[in-house]
Design a protein around this ligand. Structure first.
Ligand code: NAP
Length: 285
């Protein structure tokens, strides 16, 4: 399995399977199919509401725990009069119980909202205890990431951010590389927005390789050393998305894909006050 080495020496498969927006009642079957297709890296979150079903699929597969790389995420914790560090530990225990695991390979702060410095302190302890083998963040803009690094002991191993052909994050990736943080893409297909799957430039490159647009996009990210976790509920697409290691894009093709960058989110801005309030006020558990 092709992997990247994180800043603590841990190996992370560069291609995984994401389960955002897979309804709980469909998650066990989807994850079982993904494992059968060869995926060994799974990405969920407390906020997705399907940790339990993902854990059931892992158990049913009989695959040895050490062969799997499992990520989950901490939702924004609320403890106006109490301790966010305690709440973080409680939330972590709940995730582990739902997953049916005694450790996760990667635990991420899902959003740069609320008292995430306290969350990070608790996660540093969980990391030292070996229960969160690696710890990282998600949706952190470079300023927030650098601030967290500069005022804490452990450097996040990963920052999982929206990254696809229309929002390429090359500058952020460069900064992260300099700080020892691995970039991980969420929404590698931009969830199909902007007509990604029929984009003329991507289609032309796909045709030249006898591959699909989805495969070209994943290959382009992997060649940039970006970890990818495409989501699909369809076994044939899971197999298609996994079959990206038998061809390579040329420098010229990489350069043409670079021209698609708009340097803007296709979803929302994590700095928009309305979103900050809406997401930050959302309760998960
Ligand atoms: N940290 C965060 O805040 C955050 C936010 C969003 C996502 N994520 C993570 O990133 C993962 C991936 O992102 P995402 O799920 O938002 O979107 P995505 O992977 O960019 O796109 C998923 C969409 O593409 C379709 N699709 C998948 N493979 C395809 C193929 N080969 N051909 C055509 N269509 C295909 C899927 O449909 P079907 O299912 O019908 O095949 C689904 O509609 C998530 O599952 C989650 O684990 C994290």
């Amino acid at each position: 399995m092709n992997s990247v080495t994180l800043n603590n020496g841990a190996e992370m498969p560069i291609l995984g399977f994401g389960v955002y927006q897979i309804p709980p009642e469909e998650t066990q079957a989807a994850v079982e199919a993904a494992l059968a297709a060869g995926y060994r890296h799974l990405d969920t979150a407390a906020a997705y509401g399907n940790e339990e079903e993902l854990g059931a699929a892992v158990k049913a597969s009989g695959i040895a725990r050490e062969e799997l790389f499992i990520t989950t995420k901490l939702w924004v914790q609320h403890a106006p009069t109490g301790s966010v560090e305690d709440e973080t530990r409680r939330a972590f225990e709940s995730s582990l119980t739902r997953l049916g695991l005694d450790y996760v390979d990667l635990y991420l702060i899902h959003q740069p909202l609320g008292d995430y410095y306290s969350e990070w302190r608790a996660m540093q302890e969980l990391n030292k205890e070996g229960r969160a083998r690696s710890i990282g963040v998600s949706n952190f803009h470079s300023d927030r990431l650098v601030d967290l690094i500069d005022h804490n002991e452990i450097v996040p191993a990963v920052n999982q951010i929206e990254t696809h052909p229309f929002h390429q994050r090359t500058g952020e990736q460069e900064l992260m590389r300099g700080r020892g943080v691995q970039i991980e893409s969420w929404g590698p297909f931009a969830e199909g927005r902007n007509n990604l799957f029929t984009d003329p430039l991507l289609s032309e490159i796909a045709e030249a390789h006898g591959k699909s647009v989805a495969q070209v996009v994943l290959r382009w990210l992997i060649q940039r050393d970006v970890v990818v976790i495409p989501k699909s509920v369809r076994p044939e697409r899971m197999a298609e998305n996994f079959d990206v290691f038998d061809f390579a894009l040329t420098e010229e093709q990489m350069g043409r894909i670079a021209t698609l960058d708009t340097d803007e989110s296709l979803f929302f801005d994590h700095r928009d006050p309305e979103m900050v309030s809406r997401l930050g006020g959302h309760r998960v558990d």
